[in-house]
Design a protein around this ligand. Structure first.
Ligand code: HEM
Length: 494
């Protein structure tokens, strides 16, 4: 009896001390955070972050609190980096300290911190290096992948041709084409555009991207436990993830049965080879679940962002037909109309290159980037950031920074041209984020954007359905991603 009582008292004492330690540490963390608007208990700064335009609201708050400030997303503080200079000082000049990934509840429930995108520490380093090496082996960054994209562009043009003159929404065809490029790298095959299984997968991707980018997704990230009990479309995210997991697992199973060890056909085979090599190593990062998550990262990461950029690009060309006409003029003069443009032509197409950069700047497809986390205690400007601090790299703020781009809210390709009309890069251009966590598919995405868009413009005149004056370039919703409102266009042969 006495022993029981002593054990109980000791447990209560230990819990009280642990709780007190947590309270003191939390108070210290909060005291050290950069300044920001005063949060309400539990809600944080929710009321200062109006629905739908989180990126704009954060930029406005930065006007009052400066380029490095704290905002409370519900009960969780986030340090926001706003403007080119602050982003560079953190992500480039302190690349190591800012190379951690901050957790996002919508992904956490599915990934549990596994895969490349949402892992940290040695697991992330191993998987990232492995994926970079394998993508290179499989031809990414070489003529091999360029030829693959060109083949896919030819298929896309055939599908576009079939719509000639009739209004159509290009979303699905662009999704098909872009996804097929990454499918050939990861799964070793492409799908026909009408394949019902493929169309279902693409629907799952775009449905998830849309819900995650809506108020539902934003709110889920702030109050996951509460939102688990509230009915709404956010529950579909997890159902969709489950369906994607099933598809990926089936692909992996097929690869296991049909592969020849040491003769990899694609990313999955290479991963299985590595798993076999490290079979005896209990600490190995090459496990079944990691393969599922990494495959999902490449498949999802490689589809939605690139396809949304292309779709937005077409909408911008409809709004500014004079820009499209100038690109076509340059393509005619440099490439002609008898062969498709290749990556080698890019350097000889300064105006086209500037337009493609300006599309990515203007669109800022991931306006808040993906969250980072500080990997060790560090200083940024006058602020002390504790290890683990959740950081929002507000990429769109570099793209809208008036010290870096003239009239940043306008679409203007001269942002990337010098006085002689030659292409001129700008360090504030960061759609893929700079630093150690920079997008792993940046090179592939840039090749796809160039080859697909130039192929379309070389072959077709794009015509709006309705007046160009009514074309609305405002994104449909922001949070995770910027995407255009659904639209239709018509094509005419050139
Ligand atoms: C226009 C197209 C794309 C854009 C705008 C884009 C943008 C981004 C951004 C902003 C990040 C976060 C980087 C960071 O936290 O610093 C990211 C990460 C990532 N992206 Fe992309 N991406 C695109 C295409 C692709 C493609 C085609 C792939 C597939 C090969 C891909 C795979 C990844 C992966 C695996 C990561 C995680 C990197 C890491 O955490 O180490 N992305 N991307």
């Amino acid at each position: 009896m006495v022993t029981c009582l002593a054990t109980l008292l000791l447990s209560i004492l230990t819990l009280t001390l642990a709780w007190w330690g947590w309270v003191v540490r939390r108070a210290q963390l909060q005291r050290d955070l950069p300044p920001g608007p005063k949060p309400l208990p539990l809600l944080g700064n929710l009321l200062q972050l109006p629905s739908g335009r989180l990126d704009r609201a954060l930029m406005e708050l930065s006007g009052r609190w400066g380029p490095v400030f704290t905002v409370w997303l519900g009960p969780r503080p986030a340090v926001v980096l706003c403007g080119y200079k602050a982003l560079r000082e953190a992500l480039v000049l302190q690349a190591d300290a800012f190379s951690g990934r901050g957790a996002m509840a919508v992904f956490e429930r599915f990934t549990h911190g596994n895969g490349i995108v949402f892992s940290n520490g040695p697991r992330w380093r191993t998987l990232r290096n492995f994926a970079l090496g394998v993508l290179k082996e499989l031809g990414v960054g070489t003529r091999t992948i360029e030829d693959r994209i060109l083949e896919e562009a030819a298929c896309l043009l055939d599908e576009f041709q079939a719509t000639m003159g009739a209004p159509f929404d290009p979303r699905q065809l662009l999704d098909n084409a872009v996804s097929n490029v990454i499918c050939s790298v990861v799964f070793g095959k492409r799908y026909n555009y009408g394949d019902p299984e493929f169309l279902r997968l693409l629907d799952l991707f775009s449905d998830n991207f849309r819900i995650m980018s809506s108020r539902w997704g934003e709110t889920y990230n702030m109050f996951p436990s509460f939102m688990d009990w509230i009915p709404g479309p956010h529950h579909r995210i997890f159902k969709n993830f489950q369906e994607l997991r099933l598809f990926i697992s089936e692909q992996i199973q097929w690869h296991r049965q049909s592969r020849q060890a040491g003769q990899p056909r694609d990313f999955i085979d290479r991963f299985l080879d590595q798993m076999a090599k490290e079979q005896q190593d209990l600490e190995s990062h090459f496990q079944d679940e990691t393969l599922v998550m990494t495959t999902h990262n490449l498949f999802f990461g490689g589809t939605e962002t690139t396809s949304t950029t292309l779709r937005y690009g077409l909408l911008i060309m409809l709004k500014y037909p004079e820009v499209a006409a100038k690109v076509q003029e340059e393509l005619d003069a440099t490439v002609g109309r008898t062969r498709a443009p290749t990556l080698e032509d890019r350097a000889r197409l300064p105006y086209t290159n500037a337009v493609l950069h300006e599309i990515q700047r203007f669109v800022s497809v991931l306006p808040l980037g993906l969250p980072r986390a500080v990997t060790r205690d560090t200083h940024l400007r006058d602020h002390f950031l504790h290890k683990g601090t959740f950081v929002i790299p507000l990429l769109v703020s570099a793209h809208r920074d008036p010290t870096q781009f003239k009239d940043p809210d306008q679409f203007n390709p001269t942002n990337f041209l010098d006085a002689q009309g030659q292409f001129q890069n700008n360090d504030a251009f960061m759609p893929f984020a700079p630093g150690k966590r920079m997008c792993l598919g940046a090179g592939l995405a840039r090749s796809e954007i160039f080859l697909f868009l130039t192929a379309i413009l070389q072959k077709f005149c794009l015509l709006p359905v309705g007046s160009p004056a009514n074309i609305n370039l405002t994104p449909q919703c922001t949070g995770l991603g910027n995407m255009p409102l659904a639209f239709q266009l018509r094509l005419e042969a050139r």
